[in-house]
Design a protein around this ligand. Structure first.
Ligand code: SAH
Length: 339
């Protein structure tokens, strides 16, 4: 059985033409899958019964089943969603003034090995398909009871380690015949896989790219983010500059403060130097105690680091942290449930 929910409209057209059926059915099917989001072919009432029947015998519609659900005092909800093979990921729904934002996982586990991150502690199990990532958005929308306004690819996994399916996810999610999410309402966060950043640049997508820096000195970054050994800061920053040139889009940076490790005056100075000229925004986040090792920071300490950056002319803010009481960050629910 093949997963129909990960297919482009053009691929659905091919399926119908192989069957000598009219190609307008591709659009109808796509609308059922991603616009009205039905879970069964039998509900697709404008398709002939014979069509529905061969579809059902060859294809599956991917759904995510919610097996655990937590609600934070600030309204943030976190879902542990399970797929057909029993693997599960976390999806978080956060309510902001501008609407509902959903944090989507792109892989079951992760192989990037960042020391502070809970998602990577047991390595990568597998990547998610575009259909599964879409199912996360649809499930969050249904569970929260609101349409989703924006998506951040900041859940479990490294999106650029699952490039093709993540692009499919983006294209399908933003298709006007489907969910119709605004192109610019999707943020892709990466730990910095340079060749894939350049590949993304060449596609000129309108999404927002966010780079997880977390340290401005190369050795320091390598000690918490092994990806830096392969794709070092001194190459990453120029790659980011090229990305901006090619796409005309800004980049934002994430900086997780680990008190006593990366929040000194020298760190602020070096970081300011790196992001100078980017017209960019640095999101400063206090580290969430989730990974191996002794990583801690209070909100105050993060704010104080952001002030050090602001004093150097860097546009930096500490993001409102949502869902702290349900540890809505970084793969902790899956880790605590699966292992
Ligand atoms: N792999 C991608 C996206 C997923 S992680 C990336 O690295 O960007 C989303 C963000 O959460 C990243 O900036 C990541 O570094 C950060 N993060 C992971 N663990 C964290 C923790 N314990 N505390 C604070 N931020 C964390």
């Amino acid at each position: 059985m093949m997963e129909i929910s990960r297919l482009y409209k053009s691929e659905l057209k091919d399926i119908f033409s192989e069957r000598n059926e009219p190609s307008f059915r591709a659009k109808q099917l796509f609308e059922w899958l991603h616009g009205k989001r039905v879970s069964d072919f039998s509900q697709m009432t404008n398709l002939p019964a014979s069509t529905r029947s061969w579809l059902a015998s060859e294809y599956t519609i991917t759904r995510a089943e919610c097996i655990r659900r937590q609600r934070s005092s600030d309204g943030t909800e976190k879902y542990l969603l399970s797929f057909a093979d029993g693997n599960c990921v976390e999806t978080v729904a956060m309510l902001y003034e501008h609407g509902l934002s959903v944090c989507v996982s792109t892989q079951v586990g992760c192989r990037m090995g960042c020391r502070f991150c809970a998602s990577t502690q047991n390595g990568l199990v597998r990547s998610l398909t575009a259909g599964e990532m879409l199912a996360e958005v649809y499930a969050a929308s249904d569970l929260y009871g609101m349409p989703v306004d924006s998506v951040v690819l900041m859940g479990i996994g490294e999106p650029l380690d699952n490039f093709d399916e993540v692009m499919r996810f983006y294209d399908i999610l933003t298709d006007a015949d489907g969910y119709g999410m605004k192109n610019r309402s999707v943020t892709l966060s990466t730990c910095g896989i340079i060749p894939e950043i350049m590949r993304l640049a060449s596609l000129k997508k309108q999404l927002t790219l966010s780079i997880s820096l977390h340290a401005a000195f190369p050795e320091k970054r390598s000690s918490i983010m092994p990806v830096n050994l392969r794709y070092p800061l001194e190459d990453l920053i120029p790659a980011c500059r090229r990305y901006v040139e090619i796409t005309g889009r800004r980049i934002s940076f994430e900086y997780t403060v680990i008190h006593g490790f990366n929040d000194g005056e020298d760190d602020a100075e070096k970081l300011a130097e790196l992001v100078r000229g980017f017209q960019s925004h640095v999101n400063v986040i206090p580290v969430n105690e989730a990974g191996r090792g002794d990583f801690r920071a209070t909100r105050k300490q993060a704010e104080s680091f952001a002030e050090k950056l602001s004093a150097r002319g860097v546009n930096a803010t500490v993001r409102r942290t949502l869902g702290n009481d349900i540890s809505a960050a970084c793969g902790q629910l899956r880790r605590d449930t699966v292992n």
